[in-house]
Structures are given as C-alpha cells and as structure tokens.
Design a protein around this ligand. Structure first.
Ligand SMILES: Cc1cc2nc3c(=O)[nH]c(=O)nc-3n(C[C@H](O)[C@H](O)[C@H](O)COP(=O)(O)O)c2cc1C
Length: 381
C-alpha cells in the first residue's frame, strides 16, 4: 500500500495512543479475555469493553459489574455505555469514574435492533437532538470531574431519508465529547452493503476541534491506511476484522508506522493464539463458560482454513479444555488461509431492515424528555 501514512499518535483527551487505532466495542466479544489477547499483540491502543447499560450499572446489577475492566487491566481502562436518559447516564458515568477507575467512556448511539429503536433507544436517539445533547452533556459533566475523556459513537442515521451524523457530530463536539466515531452505515443497513466512507470524510469536515474516528469494513491493515487517506479521519475503530485475527492490531501499528505488515500465518500460529485465548477465558470465566464463548471464536479462527465439516461440527459442541486440545492438535499445522478469507464478513452480517421508531418521534426533535422504557434493552450494534 502506498500513499500517506499517518505516524502521529492519536490523542483522545489526555490519552495518547501509540497508533490511531481503537478496538470497537462488540457485545459478546470484547470481554476481558479478548481485550487482553488483542492488547498482547499491540499495547498502547484503546480496547473498549462490551457495552454495558447505564441503568443496570446504577441498579448494581451483578453481571454488569463483572463486565467492567478489572483494576489490574492495563490503562486505559475503557467502557462502552448505553443509555437513553440523561440522569441515569450521569449517575452511571459518575460511578464508572469514581468507584471503578474507568479511564475512557464511549457512548453507544448506534444500536439498530428493533426492540431498542422502537422504544427510542440506540440509533433512534440522535434524531431527538435535544435529548441527545442532554445525554452527552450529562455524561461529559460526570466524566470531566475525573478528567476522563468521553467519546460518542453513532451511525449515519436512521436511513437515507433521515441522516443525523453531521448534527450528532457537531452536538457531541459542542457538549464536550473528546472524540466522535462514525460507523458509516445507516441503522436501516444494519451490516449490509459496504460502509460509506465518504460520510466519514463529511463528518471530518464538519467536526473540526476533536478527533473524528472512522469505522466500518477495516479487514486488513491496508484498509485502515486507505480509510485515513480517503477521508482524512484521525483514527480508525476496528470491529469484525479482528475476529479470529487479534494480531490485526500489531499489523495496524506496523502499517501506521510505515513498517511492513506481518506475513500470513500458518495454522500452527493461529492454533497457538487460540490456546492462549482459551487460557485467558478459563482464567476469567471458568472452563464451561470459556468453552461456550470459544466456540464462536474458533469459527472465526478457522474461517478460510480448509479444515473440513467434521472439525467444524466438533468445534460447535466443544465442552472442555481437553476436547479443545485434542481438536486443535488434529489439524494440519502447515495449512494457510485461502486467499481473501481474511476479508470475509463475520460476526454480524444482517441484511437491511426497516427501522421502527416510536410514534411521533420526528415531532419531538427538540423535546428533551427521555423516552420511557428504552433504558434496559440494548444488545449492542
Ligand atoms: C458481534 C458484534 C457486536 C457488536 N456490539 C456493539 C456494541 O455493543 N456497541 C456498539 O457501539 N457497536 C457494536 N457493534 C458494532 C461495531 O462496534 C462496529 O461499529 C461495526 O461492527 C462496524 O465495524 P466493522 O466493520 O469494523 O466491524 C457490534 C458488532 C459486532 C460484530
């Protein structure tokens, strides 16, 4: 890949990253073990947690508390938060920075799931600009008390007739966000089609005083350089590209530093990463849960390696560490991934779906009243 290479580190408030790269929050994926595995390949980047809901945190939900970064996780300890009510958001952020030592918070306004948008949560919120501004302002105020930077992640809008990203970016900037990130699809698109990187360029032109991060369809390090060159964005947020390829973060640091990117890996190298992943999961959630979580990851690790249906069948039923070891040692370590398989969509591939908003939502753009019942529903996205 030729073209401009960005070597400047990315600053998000007081945080300085060694390369302009952020791990995208992914529900069910970016848990302690996965963040730790990714970080082992590239320390000094920002690795965001799975999304947690503000309301659950404020209500001391036990599972939610266990999802927070532990005190021994290397800085910056980062959390993604979902909420649709300014006050709850304030209280949740206050707890994260006061009691849980969190050093970066990202707000999720991209969730396109019908049960969420129907109640006015997730990607429906930016349509209500007063409410959106109040939520961001409250979260920033609580985070600021500890000098913690708060970032805001959103999509292009609801659909092609109702785009909100430019206004959302300007509002987030005005309310004190430390950066904004755009998943360059509409909520209607879900995960279909190519991410529209031109929208990232438009956002970069509209938001001038804080970093603008681009997100969508970075499968390889070269894609990140292309996105920066094409849009002028200040950094990239990487989601599905690192599923089954956590070393992508090392490739990204190399690429942004102008160094050659690592060669394709034989299956033996992938298997050793899968073993480490298993160890980390077992350490954090115990063997049974670890194996349940690992089943999906194994599918991603082995994607594009011609291992055969029988192996994939066994993988889906994996129940113990011993079975995992047996399965992985049965594979031909000299295999390479089929050409192009690293760029195959995975994790989420849902096609377009019309977005349902609450009744009269569009008449409430300047009404600050939070929607009822949108607080506890989100599932990421
Ligand atoms: C399994 C999965 C879970 C996700 N969960 C969340 C989430 O909780 N919060 C969020 O803002 N985005 C979530 N996303 C969206 C990603 O953060 C990202 O915006 C999207 O995948 C596009 O980037 P990519 O093309 O690099 O994957 C999720 C994506 C996937 C694949």
């Amino acid at each position: 890949m030729s073209g401009p290479v960005r070597t400047a580190p990315l600053r998000i408030g007081p945080l300085e990253l060694v390369a302009p790269v952020v791990l995208a929050p992914m529900a069910g994926v970016t848990d302690h073990a996965f963040r730790s595995l990714c970080r082992s390949f590239a320390p000094g980047l920002l690795y965001v947690s799975e999304m947690i809901t503000a309301r659950a945190l404020v209500e001391d939900n036990r599972k939610t508390i266990t999802m927070l970064p532990r005190a021994d996780e290397p800085a910056p300890r980062s959390v993604q938060l979902y909420g649709a009510a300014p006050r709850t958001m304030f209280e949740a952020v206050r707890r994260l920075v006061d009691a849980h030592g969190v050093q970066h918070i990202d707000l999720n306004f991209g969730c396109p799931v019908p049960k969420v948008t129907r109640k006015g949560g997730g990607s429906a919120v930016p349509v209500r600009r007063r409410l959106f501004a109040d939520i961001v302002a409250n979260a920033v105020r609580a985070a600021d008390s500890h000098g913690v930077p708060l970032t805001v992640k959103f999509r292009i809008g609801i659909d092609d007739t109702l785009t909100t990203f430019l206004e959302a970016g300007r509002i987030a900037e005005a309310e004190g966000a430390a950066a904004v990130a755009l998943h360059a699809r509409t909520a209607e698109q879900r995960y279909s089609g190519a991410a529209r990187w031109d929208a990232i360029g438009e956002l970069k032109a509209a938001v001038t005083s804080i970093p603008v991060l681009g997100n969508g369809d970075i499968w390889r390090a070269a894609d990140a350089l292309r996105m920066v060159a094409a849009t002028g964005c200040d950094g990239v947020v990487v989601g599905r590209g690192c599923l089954g390829r956590p070393w992508l973060f090392a490739d990204l640091v190399d690429a942004f530093s102008g160094r050659p990117v690592g060669a394709p890996r034989p299956l033996s190298a992938v298997v050793s990463v899968a073993h480490r992943h298993a160890d980390l999961l077992i350490e954090t959630v115990g063997e049974t849960n670890a194996m349940r979580t690992l089943r999906r990851h194994l599918g991603w690790y082995l994607q594009g390696y011609p291992v055969g249906d029988q192996v994939r069948q066994r993988m889906r039923l994996l129940a113990s560490r011993a079975e995992l070891d047996h399965l992985l040692t049965s594979l031909d370590p000299t295999m390479y991934q089929l050409a192009g398989a690293d760029a195959l969509p995975r994790g989420r591939t849902d096609g377009p779906q019309r977005v349902t908003l609450p009744d009269n939502w569009l008449e409430l753009v300047d009404d600050p009243t939070p929607p009822e019942g949108a607080d506890l529903l989100a599932t990421g996205g």
